[in-house]
Design a protein around this ligand. Structure first.
Ligand code: 9YT
Length: 135
């Protein structure tokens, strides 16, 4: 059994930041669960374009107010605590945080650990060693 607490991740390589977000990666590929699980903060007043070409992701809002724009369909959906979105078609999207958002995210395949967004807002597929898959 794995028991882990959010505060244990601060200051470790399981806490990853980019300009608009900080993510605490509670479960990663090395934990052997078949998915990764993240507690992610999106900073107030930011927007983050993303396109997970290589992963499916489900995101559940537990704090804050914002919106998600589905760039495939041109639809905008409000985000509030209790809202889930699932990117079941590798959908390109923009997440806008009106206030700070706190999101619980699950990825399949699991993230390995060091990934940050590439120029398209995607994460690369990595091997367990953190090297590009297929390289
Ligand atoms: C809200 C969202 O898309 N989160 C993605 C995961 C997070 N940015 C991370 O752990 O990299």
């Amino acid at each position: 059994m794995i028991v882990r607490r959010l505060e244990e991740l601060d200051g470790t390589d399981r806490s990853v930041s980019d300009t608009t977000w900080t993510s605490r990666r509670l479960l990663l590929a090395s934990d052997g669960m078949g998915f990764s699980m993240h507690d992610t903060i999106l900073h107030a007043g930011t927007e983050t374009p993303m396109w997970y070409r290589n992963h499916v992701e489900a995101v559940y809002c537990v704090e804050g107010e914002g919106e998600i724009e589905d760039l495939e369909r041109g639809e905008v959906h409000p985000i509030a605590p209790g809202t889930l979105y699932a990117l079941d078609r590798n959908d390109r999207h923009v997440l806008r945080a009106r206030t700070q958002l706190r999101m619980i995210c699950v990825f399949n395949p699991p993230l390995v650990g060091p990934e940050t967004h590439d120029e398209d807002g995607a994460y690369p597929l990595l091997t367990a060693d953190g090297e590009p898959a297929g390289a």
